[in-house]
Design a protein around this ligand. Structure first.
Ligand SMILES: *Cc1c(COP(=O)(O)O)cnc(C)c1O
Length: 416
């Protein structure tokens, strides 16, 4: 038999979202009459924006005739998409990023994992606790985890996100080679100001660390003082890679498209000491292991940069944000301690009388037929928290919040 990657053996079996799904299935089997409302959805529910649908329909037609048919495209993505990204997402916001520093992907998750291909051996990686589970798991699969001890990997450096620091960690005590940051944050909903981001960039420049900045929720930023791109900080182009996605903004979770920015100024070092551009390495990696995102999907993504497309994306984001605001308000009124839901579709909450995430999850499910995501699944410091998302419909969100108010009205009255 073939020898396999032993890191899969040490990777814990239960993936957070499948465990939630399994518990929901059991509950529905036992209570077929219950109308469970999913407030745990990490997926969008609104259909694709019309501008993208039109562009993709056109693209399908092109593919059906020999004159306009397209086979393999550029591994880096088509210029018709890379150029508007560079212009609209960066240059028009005063950030000097060029189209050839942008690599179109089949989504942020792939690139967040694949970036490990360009790292040398034995690198120390810092992740936030709590964080999006794929950061940790991908690094464990690549052998950078060490051993799992009480919920934490021995070789990873954890950045504690607590209410005391507004879920924005302080700089690490031990120097990491790679720092993974995500703002606006999933799961806490925390966002970051330019001054706060600048501290991370200055640290990375001082220490020679690389920052991988996941800004999958950039479109949800509403506060003008919140950062949208890592490159808003001075000197970030020398130390940061930015990973973005069309998933949560334009309904592309099933279409698969995102992009990664690897600035030319970003350098690495081979074992012999010689310097190399990370952009060049990433390009080489992509050309070898990736044959480009679908032409049709890239046409759809490009349509998001037209005036009409931009308006539709804003509308979609506003719809989810209205849900997030309603969730935030209802949880507060029901006696929860609440954060997030301002620059992010995620609301992060806990209550003093329920210190265990899975127990609180179980209570909401059995007593109100509501599902949420237990915060402990995002890291040890998520214990006690639950995550709600604004991705359900406005109607379902309203019904869910009314159930929540009812369930906790007794507790709130006693507390007052
Ligand atoms: C959803 C999500 C992703 C994955 O995005 P895809 O482009 O669909 O792969 C990446 N990062 C965070 C924080 C997410 O929430």
């Amino acid at each position: 038999m073939i020898k396999v990657n032993d890191n899969f053996r040490i990777l814990p079996e239960s993936y957070l979202f499948s465990e939630v799904a399994a518990r929901l299935r059991h509950f529905k089997e036992a209570h077929p009459e219950a109308n469970v409302i999913r407030m745990d959805i990490g997926d969008v529910t609104r259909p694709l924006v019309p501008a993208a649908v039109e562009a993709m329909t056109e693209a399908v037609k092109e593919m059906s005739v020999s004159e306009t048919f397209r086979g393999y495209g550029p591994e880096q993505g088509y210029p018709f998409l890379r150029e508007p990204i560079a212009r609209i997402d960066y240059q028009e916001r005063g950030i000097d990023i060029s189209a050839d520093e942008i690599f179109i992907s089949d989504g942020a998750k792939s690139d967040l994992g694949n970036l490990g291909d360009i790292f040398g051996p034995g690198l120390k990686v810092a992740v936030a606790d709590p964080s999006y589970p794929a950061y940790v798991d991908a690094n464990v699969i690549d052998g950078r985890g060490g051993t799992l001890e009480e919920g934490r990997w021995s070789d990873l450096i954890y950045l504690d996100c607590l209410p005391e620091n507004d879920f924005k960690p302080s700089l690490p005590k031990e120097r990491p080679d790679v720092i993974i940051l995500c703002y606006p944050n999933n799961p806490t909903g925390a966002s970051i100001t330019k001054a706060e981001l600048q501290e991370w960039i200055d640290y990375a420049r001082r220490e020679g660390s690389l920052i991988i900045y996941d800004s999958a929720y950039e479109a949800y930023v509403t506060d003008p003082s919140t950062v949208r791109s890592v490159y808003e900080a001075e000197g970030a182009k020398e130390v940061a890679i930015e990973v973005r996605s069309f998933s949560k903004t334009a309904g592309f979770t099933g279409m698969r498209c995102g992009y990664t920015v690897v600035p030319e100024a970003l350098k690495g070092r081979f074992a012999d000491g010689s310097e190399v551009s990370l952009r060049k390495l990433w390009n080489r990696r992509q050309c070898t292991k990736f044959n480009g995102a679908s032409y049709i999907v890239q046409r759809g993504a490009a349509a998001l940069y037209t005036e009409e497309g931009r308006r539709q994306v804003r509308e979609s984001v506003a719809y989810y944000m209205e849900n997030a605001h309603a969730i935030r308000k209802a949880l507060r009124e029901a006696g929860f301690e609440v954060t997030g839901g301002v620059d992010s579709p995620y609301v992060w909450a806990r209550r003093a009388d329920e210190p265990d995430s899975w127990a609180l999850f179980g209570r909401l499910l059995s007593e109100a037929a509501l599902s949420c995501t237990p915060g402990s699944g995002f890291g040890t410091l998520g214990q006690g928290y639950i995550r709600f998302t604004g991705f359900n419909s406005a109607e379902n969100t309203a019904e869910a919040m009314s159930r929540l108010r009812k369930l906790f009205s007794a507790t709130v009255e006693t507390a007052e």
